[in-house]
Ligand binder design. Structure first.
Ligand code: TRH
Length: 338
């Protein structure tokens, strides 16, 4: 099929990150995707080589609007241009709104619901999620096999990262976070190499400067391509991730991970975080750590026991892998509605 996928970059990199993964995954399965994005700049580092079957169109007010494809996906309710929607009334593509990821109960109730539109078309809600009654998670065919076959030391060496003997390797991708001193204190019980993503993590560590605890050192990373970002998560003993896409990718890594959830002014993120924890499990020590990193509780005195935590993450990944991935589900959904 031919797909129009619309992406508006609201902030950060999750909007384009999710859309690119979906577009590339569809392309690898023989679909043909026109990815409309208002700010494609991040693709220069995220996906410099592009992807088979994916054409990127810079979406501005002046972009000429061609005939709509067989399927129109708008990411996160980003509203395709009105003139395009008018043309859709004539060609009648399947129209899908790909929603935000959440583990909250409303997702199961809302996934797959129709929304009748003024132009006579139906827009269908498609919700990613963690349970069989949701649209699932992006997981490319072969991803888990690649992860199992991955060798961390050569990858780290190729990226100029040389952990000392017994040094714990921790990735850090986060928003500005006043909780960093608490985290550094917690990590200071063991030699630790913190690999900091560009942006807030690096800025905060630069500011921390000489106040870094003795056993903790850090190294700045460049922006990695998405496949290399995945490998970073596979190479680390512990991953701090954020937003939506890196959060999911940490779950495929199955190394212990901590989520810095996108903060919302009305505190809605606290319920969203707890909804995930309720499904994931992890026990009180994981819960306390996640709450502390998100400013929702006091710091525990130590990290969760590593073996149990790792086993929990592996069990969680196995349970997710038993579900169908998002792209497979979306393809089936669209064929049913078409
Ligand atoms: O950047 P994020 O915080 O994105 C978002 C946005 O805030 C968005 O508006 C919000 O709706 C959503 O979160 C919940 O975090 P996320 O989702 O993890 O996206 C980051 C993307 O960047 C992801 O696709 C991984 C990619 N990435 C790389 O490819 N290379 C890198 O080096 C790094 C650090 C990230």
């Amino acid at each position: 099929m031919r797909w129009d996928l619309f992406c508006r970059v609201i902030d950060n990199f999750g909007d384009i990150g999710v859309c690119w993964r979906l577009a590339a995954d569809l392309g690898s399965r023989g679909e043909s995707v026109r990815l409309w994005v208002d700010d494609p700049s991040a693709l220069a580092w995220m996906a410099p080589a592009g992807a088979a079957g994916v054409q990127v169109v810079e979406w501005t007010a002046d972009t000429p609007l061609p005939e709509p494809c067989d399927v129109v996906v708008e990411a996160f309710g980003c509203d395709p241009p009105a003139a395009f929607v008018e043309r859709m009334a004539a060609t009648r593509p399947v129209w899908v709104n790909l929603e935000y990821l959440s583990a909250e109960d409303y997702v199961e109730r809302s996934h797959g619901l129709p929304s009748p539109q003024r132009n006579g078309l139906t827009k269908w809600f498609f919700y990613p999620g963690f349970t069989p009654r949701t649209g699932g998670l992006l997981r490319e065919p072969g991803l888990i096999a690649q992860r199992q076959a991955f060798e961390r030391m050569p990858w780290l060496a190729r990226h100029g990262i040389v952990p000392g003997p017994g040094e714990r390797v921790v990735s850090l991708f986060c928003y500005d976070n006043g909780q960093l001193p608490g985290l550094l204190h917690l990590l200071s019980d063991t030699p630790t190499l913190l690999l900091a993503a560009p942006g807030a993590a690096q800025r905060m560590l630069e500011t921390a400067g000489t106040s870094l605890p003795g056993l903790v050192r850090w190294q700045a990373l460049p922006w990695l391509t998405q496949p290399d970002f995945d490998r970073l998560l596979w190479a680390c003993d512990l991953n701090f991730v954020r937003g939506e896409d890196s959060f999911v990718r940490a779950q495929w890594s199955a190394a212990p991970f901590v989520w810095h959830i996108y903060p919302q002014h009305d505190q809605a993120h606290a319920a969203k975080l707890d909804a995930f924890l309720a499904r994931f499990g992890g026990g009180p020590s994981v819960r306390a750590l996640w709450h502390a990193w998100n400013g929702l509780g006091l710091w525990p005195s130590s990290l969760p026991p590593c073996e149990e935590w790792t086993a929990e993450c592996r069990r969680w990944r196995e349970s997710l892998v038993a579900e169908q991935d998002l792209t497979t589900q979306l393809l089936r959904f669209v064929r049913q509605k078409g």
